[in-house]
Design a protein around this ligand. Structure first.
Ligand code: BGC
Length: 741
């Protein structure tokens, strides 16, 4: 349709029909035999039956047949036959579950991330998705916050910008109506990752400079890459809930970043402005949200119940409604829904494409790039397959490794590590014992209670645990290498999963301590959705491999890495703290006036733990051994027009081939406002043959030196800079240069 046709359509719509477009509900209601919203699951929403056939979009209904049925049912009763939009949370894949986003970020491979995104987009598009609530680019510095598992960027805004662009482009392609392309909704705007004390939904209060410097850039990159939608966050931003924050949505997102797309609230977030104490009642919540510029309300009924009255009271509100509806119609048009309301739904393609062999094979390769080897003493890895190996722990024979956002994934294809080892090893060489559960009853019940699910009871739990650990001990006694497969429960990270203790569960620590008494080489494979406290267990292990929640192909991917078919190459995107007391912790922090340069009491430090992280940002080992030398700048002075070429020699001093992520950091030594001790400004993931030595090049330009100064101008200031290059954020070589303007 042409834009003028869309305007014509808008002019034909009644006020109810317009407001309906601005309401999003879960679509299951249309699949029921009798549709009655006064008693059904949507009762709490307070939608009338008539209004239901005016709603503009549907949340999380997928599958070609289901989506078609909902669309048909809706269109059969809707007057103007404006097709529904289907929006979904395909966070780390649809039927194929890819590694959780924090893991994907650890690949430091933009092509890898694009490929995963493309496969997700194609799978979900043929199953009916028009819009995906991804990427999530909330800067995350606090491992207590459960949603760090969803953050593609971890603690770094540069990575965030690169990844946001890659993902938005991969989701949307060039033409949204084409097969395999879906609209991208970047979230959660804004600064959701900065919730106080890492407690989900909590307060966010920060200086505008901090916001612009660290939190805004990734959202901005997504918007500039053409993201069709943004989602507001649950938290307040400097005193006002994001969802009704005019400064945020109007001044920054619409006016400054020139965002023309749709703003959707998060789930029930308009209504929550009442609990925040920022709207006095439902009507005011609706008014505040429309005034701030929210186009679609997700899963609460402030708009459906109040917007009409507000429009009748004030013509200006109706103007705003018109603008919102036009944006929604435009997106439906770009997706080609007016020509074909079913979009690219295709039952046949669903059968052929989804979970097909090629994609599973690709998924496995991509997954392998997300693992981070944290420790490898005495080259315990890759495994010596002549040795007798014991697999111990609750994740050894467990296929629930897809993370908390994988509700659509097809788990029938998930294998366990034990299955995989059995394919490669004889019975005499392979031993197994579970050792302990992931969590004890009390902890599982905390999760179940929060979800309103029936609690469990384990008879004689203590005795059973003792016995089980003893059995594992006896099994491990026979082995030459012990592999412990441990971690969090998948419902311990994700939304509403904040934790004040980020250590492994006590029962698992007990298992570790028992087995450690055997004095045999031990390797830990870690399944988790956040950086964990490892300072209480790491020294018991010779090898540690962080695999996060690796998804459908995880077990095979891990096994191949352990056996050395594939060399791990991931690097951390979030610092692992010594313990939760250190959170938030991030590598790109400011110096205090008393940095800990000497051992003296009155320094910025802790009495009981080191100041630095346990594993730093950018860290990750390989079976190769990389040596860095000869860092050189082609000049030590630059002006605004100049480019400095940085070179460094990187040598693979091993007989393995593998990838290394070479990282470039810059520090502005003195500024009108303080600057971080270092900031990532570039990286390259390069392949090295055995014993290969190569020169790697970076370029530094003026853009990389800019920041938000005292007067909130984005500029570079004259003076001295340091350049650091290395394989992580700590072990780096350094050089200096000067900027003269
Ligand atoms: C989450 C969003 C998600 C939405 C829809 C909310 O609870 O915060 O990230 O997209 O639900 O499922």
């Amino acid at each position: 349709m042409k834009d003028k046709d869309l305007i014509n359509l808008l002019n034909q719509m009644t006020l109810d029909e317009k407001i309906g477009q601005m309401v999003q509900v879960a679509g299951d209601i249309f699949l029921e035999d009798t549709i009655d919203v006064s008693t059904g699951p949507l009762k709490n929403l307070g939608l009338s039956n008539e209004m239901l056939y005016n709603v503009g979009s549907i949340l999380n209904v997928m599958g070609a047949e289901r989506v078609k049925k909902v669309q048909d049912e809706y269109l059969s009763k809707s007057r103007l036959k404006i097709p529904l939009l289907f929006m979904d949370d395909v966070i780390n894949g649809y039927k194929i579950a890819f590694p959780i986003p924090i893991a994907q970020g650890c690949s430091w491979n933009v092509e890898t991330i694009k490929e995963m995104t493309k496969i997700s987009a194609m799978e979900s598009n043929i199953a009916g998705a028009n819009v995906n609530f991804s990427p999530m680019v909330d800067l995350s510095r606090d491992a207590r916050w459960g949603r760090v598992m969803e953050s593609i960027e971890g603690e770094d805004p540069y990575l965030g910008q690169v990844y946001a662009k890659a993902m938005v482009e991969a989701y949307q392609g060039k033409d949204l109506s084409e097969l395999g392309n879906i609209a991208s909704c970047v979230k959660h705007i804004a600064a959701y990752g900065a919730v106080e004390a890492g407690r989900d939904y909590n307060t966010v209060d920060m200086s505008e400079r901090e916001f612009r410097q660290y939190y805004l850039p990734s959202y901005k990159a997504a918007i500039e890459s053409g993201a069709e939608m943004i989602m507001t966050s649950f938290n307040i931003v400097n005193g006002i809930p994001a969802t009704i924050n005019k400064w945020l949505i109007q001044d920054i997102i619409r006016n400054e970043l020139n965002f023309k797309g749709i703003v959707i609230s998060d789930y029930g977030a308009i209504e929550e402005t009442i609990a925040h104490g920022a709207s006095k009642d439902e009507k005011q919540a609706a008014l505040n949200a429309i005034n701030a510029g929210v186009d679609i309300e997700m899963m609460s009924s402030m708009y459906s119940n109040n917007l009409k009255e507000l429009c009748l009271e004030n013509k200006e509100i109706e103007e705003k409604v018109n603008e919102s509806v036009l944006r929604i119609l435009r997106l439906k048009n770009k997706l080609g829904l007016f020509e074909n309301p079913y979009g690219n739904i295709d039952k046949q393609k669903e059968d052929i494409y989804i979970m097909n062999k090629d994609n599973l094979e690709r998924a496995k390769k991509l997954t392998q790039e997300t693992f981070v080897m944290l420790k490898n003493e005495n080259n315990i890895l890759p495994l010596d397959t002549n040795k007798k190996i014991a697999l111990i722990g609750p994740y050894a024979d467990n296929s629930a490794i897809t993370g908390s956002w994988s509700m659509f994934s097809d788990r029938t294809k998930n294998k366990t590590i034990l299955d995989m080892f059995k394919e490669r090893m004889t019975n005499e060489k392979l031993l197994y014992s579970k050792g302990t559960e992931i969590l004890r009853e009390e902890k599982i019940n905390e999760i179940l209670r929060a979800d309103g699910l029936p609690l469990i009871h384990v008879e004689n739990e203590k005795e059973k645990e003792e016995l089980s650990i003893k059995e594992a001990f006896e099994t491990a006694k026979e082995a030459e290498i012990i592999i412990l497969l441990l971690g969090e429960h998948y419902r311990q990270s994700g939304e509403a999963c904040s934790r004040s203790n980020i250590s492994l569960p006590e029962n698992q620590i007990k298992l570790i301590n028992e087995l450690h008494r055997l004095n045999k080489p031990m390797i830990m494979i870690l399944f988790n959705g956040r950086p964990l406290q490892l300072n209480n267990v790491a020294d018991k292990f010779d090898g540690i491999l962080e695999v996060w929640f690796p998804g459908t192909t995880g077990a095979r991917a891990i096994t191949e890495v352990l056996f050395g078919d594939v060399n791990p190459s991931g690097k951390l995107t979030m610092s692992f703290p010594q313990n939760a007391g250190q959170c938030p912790i991030y590598y790109n922090h400011y110096n205090t006036g008393r940095p800990l340069l000497r051992d003296f009491r009155y320094m910025s430090r802790y009495q009981d733990i080191p100041t630095e992280s346990f594993y730093s940002f950018g860290y990750g080992l390989s079976y190769c051994n990389f040596k860095y030398e000869n860092l050189k700048l082609d000049k030590n002075k630059m002006t605004e027009e100049d480019i400095i070429t940085v070179t460094i020699d990187v040598e693979n001093q091993s007989a393995y081939e593998g990838y290394e992520v070479i990282q470039l950091y810059i520090q502005d030594l003195f500024g009108s406002v303080v600057r971080p001790v270092k900031e990532l400004k570039g990286f390259k993931k390069e392949f090295f043959k055995p014993f290969e030595k190569r020169q790697i090049k970076f370029e530094i330009d003026i853009e990389m030196l800019k920041f938000w100064n005292q007067d909130l101008e984005y500029i570079a200031e004259e003076g001295d800079f340091k350049v650091y290059v290395g394989g992580n954020s700590v072990n780096v070589l350094e050089e200096t240069f000067k900027l003269n303007r």
